[in-house]
Ligand binder design. Sequence first.
Ligand SMILES: C[S@@+](CC[C@H](N)C(=O)[O-])C[C@H]1O[C@@H](n2cnc3c(N)ncnc32)[C@H](O)[C@@H]1O
Length: 369
Amino acid sequence: MALATASIPEVEHIGDYQIHTWAARTRERRRIEFQYLSAKDLEHSLNDYINNFPAEFHQSEQARLIFEALIADASDNEPHAPAIEIFDNNIGLETTPPWEFVYTNELWYGEDVPPPDIKNLKSCGCIGKCDPRSRTCACVKRQQTFLKPFAQDEQIPCTWEGANFLYDKKGKLQFHGYPIFECNEFCGCDDDCPNRVVQHGRECIVSINNTPDKGWGVFAGPKKIPKGTFVGIYSGELLTEKEADERGKFYNKFGRTYLFYIDFFYLEDEPEHFVVDAYHAGNFTRFLNHSCDPNCALEACYINEANMRKPLLAIFTTCDVEPYEELCFSYYGAPDEDEEDKPAPKTASGDAVYAICRCGSKRCRGQMF
Ligand SMILES: C[S@@+](CC[C@H](N)C(=O)[O-])C[C@H]1O[C@@H](n2cnc3c(N)ncnc32)[C@H](O)[C@@H]1O
């Protein structure tokens, strides 16, 4: 997300010489309204145009190539992301998923959703790469403050390789279920700081494949995807709960929902939650199917946002994923090892309609929504 053009930063002096310091520059940039995308600006005309094509087009190789090209075109914010291929596996009549959504890796703000809060965003003044063991880095402190109670409870070891960041040296996520605070637009550290992973985008190979009994799904490519690898942002429209509940009633009628309620455990006491809807806009992650024994999880990740209720939903692998294996997450939230009961649904609204689960795992609950 780009910033509006900055005006000339405050000027400081050394003797008679004017200097522009990083601190002065970031102070100035924070005063400028941070640009964000508005859902009402989503451009559906191409989808409408293509949806009017005759059935033969939707069954053609050409349709698949155009769909793949649209994905590539919308992925320029992920410079290292390998191209996504679509395999229909001769299932069904169409060579692509329905052209019902705008492909995007971003969040598009719906009505009544406040803009990103950058005024209260903590940023470090580190030079070069942040040191995860630093006692002065503001980003280390922010992550440490949140994790400390869990380290004291021995839920997470307090001396792991990445020290106070959740990433190890290779950028793999060490622990699941805790919010990630990455370095942001206003930090002084370099782009290759170890605390910048999600913001660099996907690096693993994935494809969108049709399945015999779950519709379209997301699969690993020819290479194994190691545990803790960032896969993608669950992108789409960012909505208020009220708007999402309304939409949910409609989605439940046709038995397919793309709503994800942002209600992580530390947000439970919040009176209202925001929701990501990937139905009208989203990326390949909207095709991730549910599994009762998942190999991926959605984690809250904060970058250019100080409002705890509005993290990015970052998907990471929770174990090594074999070549060509399907990537899935649990629509019920992270499985709790101590809990026999089913945890509360995370992606469905209150009146969700339950359906038969076809995840095929030994731990299958038999139903999903
Ligand atoms: C977020 S979408 C996932 C992508 C979807 N397969 C598609 O083709 O668009 C959720 C829908 O996928 C299907 N689905 C996902 N996981 C499933 C599972 N384990 N068993 C059966 N159907 C599943 C259900 O229709 C569900 O409502």
